[in-house]
Structure formats: C-alpha cells, structure tokens
Design a protein around this ligand. Structure first.
Ligand SMILES: NC(=O)c1ccc[n+]([C@@H]2O[C@H](COP(=O)([O-])OP(=O)(O)OC[C@H]3O[C@@H](n4cnc5c(N)ncnc54)[C@H](O)[C@@H]3O)[C@@H](O)[C@H]2O)c1
Ligand SMILES: O=C(O)C(=O)C[C@]1(C(=O)O)C=C[C@@H](O)C=C1
Length: 360
C-alpha cells in the first residue's frame, strides 16, 4: 500500500462505475471510504466488492465525491453541502456548466464546491464494472469557478493524484466545449455507425474485423446516461455535428460524381484530414501507453486461452490487459496481451519457445 495524500474519510455518493472505481482506488491507498447510494442493491454490491463501508451516524468526511447521473447531480451536491458543513464537495458529472449554474441559482455554498470530471470510463455502468485503476494516467478536469480558495480545494488535487490521474484546470465553458468534441460527438457518431448494423445481413456481420469494433465500442453505452449528458451540452454538440454534416455532404457529393475531374482528389483530401487529425491524439494508437503489447495466435480449441495465461504466468509476467479478436468462422483467434514494456521482449521469446505463434 503506497502512502495517500488524502486524509479521509471520503464519502462517495452514487456507487456505480465511477463511484465504485473511486472507492476501490482510495481503499487501496488505505483511506476510509464511506459509500452511499439511492439503490440499496448497488450499495451492498459495492461494499461486497471492497469499495468502502456503509455510512454511519456521526461520520465526518473530509471530502464528498458525488458520482450520480448528471440530472440529479446538482440536487445531491446541494444536499451533501448541507448535510456535511465541514466537508469539501465535488462531483464527477460529464457536463459542468449546467450543474454549476443550478447550484449557483439555489444559493448553494460554492466556497466548498468544486466540480470535476475524470476523462476515464467504460461503456458499462454499475458497481460491478468498477476498477481501482480506472483513472491511472488519465486526465481529470478540475473546473475552476473562482469561488473556492486554493486551500479549500487542496483535497481535490489530493484525490486526483491519489488515484493516479493528471489534473487539468479549465473553466466550465472550456470544459463543455472540449468534451463536446472529444467525447460527446464521438459517442453520437459511434452510436449512429452501429445503428446501421440493425438490419445488416449475417453475411456482412460475419466479416466484421477490428476496425468496426474499434469504432463502435462505446455504442454499447447506456442511452439514459447519454440522453442526460447530451441534453446538458446540446449547443456545443450540435455545432460540431453541423460541421460533421458538412463534411459528410462534401463526401457524398464526391462519391456520387466519382468520375468528375477532381472527385478522387477531394475524397483523398477528406481522408488525409482524418490522418492529420488522428496524428494529433496523444497515445494515438488507442493502446494504453503504460503497456507494450504482443499478439499471439490462439487455436480455436478448448483450453487454449487457459494454456496461454498459464504460460504467461510461468514466465513470471503479469498480464496487465487483454484484447481478443474473434474472426467468425476462422480456426484461429488473436489475443493481444498487454504487459509492462520492460518484459515484452523476454515474454515474446518465452512464448515462442513454448510453441506459440506470435503475430506481432
Ligand atoms: N460512465 C462513464 O464512462 C463516466 C465517465 C466520467 C464521468 N461520468 C459521470 O459519472 C457519473 C456517474 O456515472 P456512472 O457511469 O458511474 O453511472 P452508474 O449508472 O454506473 O452509477 C450511478 C449510481 O448513482 C446512483 N444514484 C442515482 N441517483 C441517485 C441519487 N439521487 N442519490 C444517490 N445515488 C443515486 C445509482 O443507483 C447508481 O449506483 C455521471 O454523472 C456521469 O456523467 C461517467
Ligand atoms: O468508455 C470510455 O472509454 C470512456 O472513456 C468514456 C468517456 C469518454 O468519452 O472518454 C465518456 C464519458 C465520460 O464523461 C468520460 C469518459
């Protein structure tokens, strides 16, 4: 257990994906974590998974972290500010301006509230999806609204650093415009690409490779959560979608008149624009930069994955993450395994020596 910066206790309200992940991460640092949720079942599951303990009368949290859906975030933050007059209160909702305006309109004590947003998540909610390392290496936005003193906000910095994330300071407006581009529009586009598959013939679906899976992973996200997020950031999202619609219109026009002089060049330029955009992404290959990966070919026979995991374990290497690519109907699958960079070469040699075919 490494030393924590927070003193605690930390009260987490809403113990779904975000709340349970925060609880697990802080518990791993030895911090006393108090859990609360409107759903007794979610609370009991989060406690069973070791994310913290149920609240007790007389609890005096140093920090309250509100991790409930965006449309009830302001209500819960306001109630927590009242219930714990000595605590600093934060929330992790995906949109920041609406919550801030709502709290301000109610006359909430903004000297003890500061909104945040960890840029880490998954397409699945609920306490069972929680992971202690969800935030490691990820940006975590702190939304400065000018009413909180530097000393009062120190626990927020500690929370973010304790969970291994990187603090980024933005105004609520800057935050909402930025996430419209890098999170909200990608969600809409991913969902719309996946929507085209509803009536797709099996013959087409059987051909699916990694490209479509990469583009549509987040299409499995919770529609109710996203209706709330998009509803609170509709203006900036619609503005970017209009620009995207213009891109699509140009693309379609070029495709419909493909033999016209210059049409191929226009299409190439649009695609090149994509190359230029994706080059600007930090860690652009979509792989966690903490790890190196190798791809192992796994025969489609019972017990092969278990044998691979055993061999990785026998080599004394910890498997940090795993991605499986199934090709429907093929006799072989691809297991991309992620390990610490310093062991990847040795593991490749050891697996090859044990007869595994390494594809990359
Ligand atoms: N899912 C993501 O990838 C992600 C990433 C960053 C931030 N967020 C934000 O984090 C927040 C939580 O998202 P999540 O994915 O953990 O959702 P989730 O559905 O997994 O969990 C939400 C939890 O809040 C509880 N809850 C609902 N209303 C409540 C209330 N009034 N009082 C107490 N508990 C209540 C629910 O029972 C549930 O356990 C949202 O505001 C979301 O915008 C989500
Ligand atoms: O599912 C994921 O991988 C995510 O990280 C989700 C993601 C994102 O778009 O980056 C989605 C919404 C949240 O507000 C923050 C994170």
């Amino acid at each position: 257990m490494t030393e924590s910066r927070l003193i605690g206790p930390v009260r987490v309200v809403g113990v779904g994906l975000l709340g349970a992940s925060i609880g697990l991460g802080l518990k791993a640092k030895g911090i006393d974590v108090i859990l609360a949720d409107a759903s007794p079942t979610h609370l009991a599951i989060a406690v069973d998974y070791g994310a913290g303990r149920p609240a007790e009368p007389g609890d005096r949290p140093q920090l309250v972290v509100v991790c409930v859906p965006p449309d009830v975030t302001a209500d819960v933050v306001a109630a927590e500010l009242e219930a714990f007059p000595e605590a600093l209160v934060t929330d992790v909702a995906s949109v920041k301006l609406a919550v801030y305006h709502d709290l301000k309109a109610r006359g909430a004590d903004l000297s003890r509230y500061i909104g945040t947003h960890p840029m880490a998540g998954r397409e699945r909610g609920g306490p069972m999806s929680g992971r202690a390392d969800l935030f490691v290496g990820r940006p975590w936005v702190v939304v400065d609204h000018g009413n909180v003193s530097y000393q009062n906000a120190a626990a927020i910095d500690d929370l973010i650093l304790d969970l291994g994330a990187t603090l980024v300071e933005l105004t609520p407006e800057q935050h909402d415009r930025a996430v419209a581009l890098v999170s909200h529009v990608p969600q809409v586009v991913s969902s719309l690409v996946a929507r085209r598959l509803i009536d797709a013939p099996h013959a087409a679906l059987n051909l699916v490779g990694q490209g479509l899976r990469d583009v549509t992973r987040i299409a499995a996200s919770d529609p109710e959560l996203w209706v709330q997020i998009l509803g609170q950031n509709a203006g900036p999202v619609a503005e970017i979608l209009r620009a995207y619609r213009d891109d699509l219109d140009r693309f379609i026009a070029a495709l419909e008149d493909f033999e016209a002089p210059g049409a191929r060049r226009r299409i190439a330029e649009e695609l090149f624009g994509g190359n230029t955009g994706v080059e600007r992404l930090p860690g652009k290959h979509g792989v966690d930069r903490r790890y190196a990966s190798l791809i192992v070919m796994v025969d489609d026979r019972p017990g092969q994955l278990a044998r691979l995991f055993n061999d990785v374990g026998d080599a004394g290497v910890n498997l940090e993450d795993l991605r499986l690519e199934h090709s429907p109907g093929a006799q072989v699958g691809l297991a991309e395994i992620f390990v610490l960079p310093e062991v990847v070469e040795r593991l490749t040699d050891e697996l090859a020596a044990r007869g595994w075919r390494i594809a990359g």
